[in-house]
Design a protein around this ligand. Sequence first.
Ligand SMILES: NC(=O)c1ccc[n+]([C@@H]2O[C@H](COP(=O)([O-])OP(=O)(O)OC[C@H]3O[C@@H](n4cnc5c(N)ncnc54)[C@H](OP(=O)(O)O)[C@@H]3O)[C@@H](O)[C@H]2O)c1
Length: 328
Amino acid sequence: MHTPASDRYDSMVYNRCGHSGLKLPTLSLGLWHNFGDTARYDNMKAICLTAFDHGIVSFDLANNYGPEPGAAERNFGRILREELGAHRHELLISTKAGYGMWPGPYGDFGSRKYLLTSLDQSLQRMGLDYVDIFYHHRMDPDTPLEETMGALDQAVKSGKALYAGLSNYDGPTMAKAAAILTDLHCPFVINQNRYSIFDRTIEKNGLKDTAVRLGKGIIAFSPLAQGLLTDRYLHGIPEDSRMRTDGRFLKDNALTPERLAQITALNDLAARRGESLATMALKWILKDGAVTSVLVGASRPEQVLDDLKVLQSPDFTEEELAIIDRNS
Ligand SMILES: NC(=O)c1ccc[n+]([C@@H]2O[C@H](COP(=O)([O-])OP(=O)(O)OC[C@H]3O[C@@H](n4cnc5c(N)ncnc54)[C@H](OP(=O)(O)O)[C@@H]3O)[C@@H](O)[C@H]2O)c1
C-alpha cells in the first residue's frame, strides 16, 4: 500500500462545487487515455500516486474508458486495491454511462436499464461499494429526461453514488434536468463539459451561464485540447504523443498550419508570463471562477507536476486575454 506524502494537502486549492457542500481540487485527473490494457501499469500507477501526493484527490473514469472498454476502471481498481484503497474516504471517484458500452439495445444512451446495470458493472470492475459522482455521459434525444434523471436518482438513493452529474449537456437541457432532479431531491451538483481556449462551446450553448445561475459546478474536460495546448506539437508530431499512439480522438488533421501558428503564438505568450503553455491554458479556464475543477489527462507523472503549476500562475491582463482570443 502506498504511503502518501504527508504534505499532500498543503498547496492544493479546493473549490466549492456550485452551491453544494462538495469541494473539488483545482485539478482533477482523468483516466480516459493511458489507463487501458495497452498502457503500462507501472506508469498509470505512478501518474495516480503523483496526483494523490499533491492533493489531486479527484479521479474521473467512465464505463467505456480503455481500450478495451472497462479496462481503465479495472486498472484503477487494481491501483486502489494495491496502493490507495486505505485512503478511499479521501478520494472523489467518478464514473459515467451514456456512450456505447455493450451490444444490443441496453448498452448505450440513457435508459434506466442501461445506466443502473452499467453502474453495477463499474463498481464491480473498480472493487467499490459506491462512486462519489455518477454521470449521465451525454444527452439522449430519445429517452424521456424523467427516465434518465430517475435512474441517476435511483443510483444515489440506493447508496451506489453520492452525487449525480451530467456530462455534455447544453444549458437548456441541463436546466430541465436540474428541475427534475430538484423535485426528486437528488443531489445533482456538477456538469462535465469540454472547455478550453480552443473550444468555447459551453459559452455559446448556455451551459456555463446556466450552471452559474443554478449554483451547479463545472468540471472542464480536455482543457489542453488533448495536448494541442502544450509544447508537444510545436516541432512536429512526437512518436509518443496521443496523436501518434492513439489517433482515434486526436487526428493529425487537427494540426493545420493555422492551428500550429496559434499554438506557437500562445506558447510565446506563456513564455513571456514565465510558464508553460499547458499551465497558461489551465489558468485560462479558471480565470472567472465559474469552473470548479480542470480535468486533465496525462501520459506521464511529470506532466501532472507541470500542470500543478497552475496553482502559482498569475492572473491575466486584459492585453494577454486579447492575445489569447486572437489565437483561438
Ligand atoms: N465527459 C466526456 O465526454 C469526456 C470526454 C473526454 C475527456 N473526458 C475526461 O477528461 C479527462 C481529460 O481529457 P484529456 O486527456 O483529453 O485532457 P487534456 O488535459 O486536454 O489532454 C491530456 C494530454 O495532454 C498532454 N499533456 C498533459 N499535460 C501536459 C504537460 N504539462 N505538458 C505537455 N503535454 C501535456 C498529454 O498528451 P500526450 O498523451 O500526447 O503526452 C496528455 O495525455 C479524460 O481523462 C476524461 O476523464 C471526459
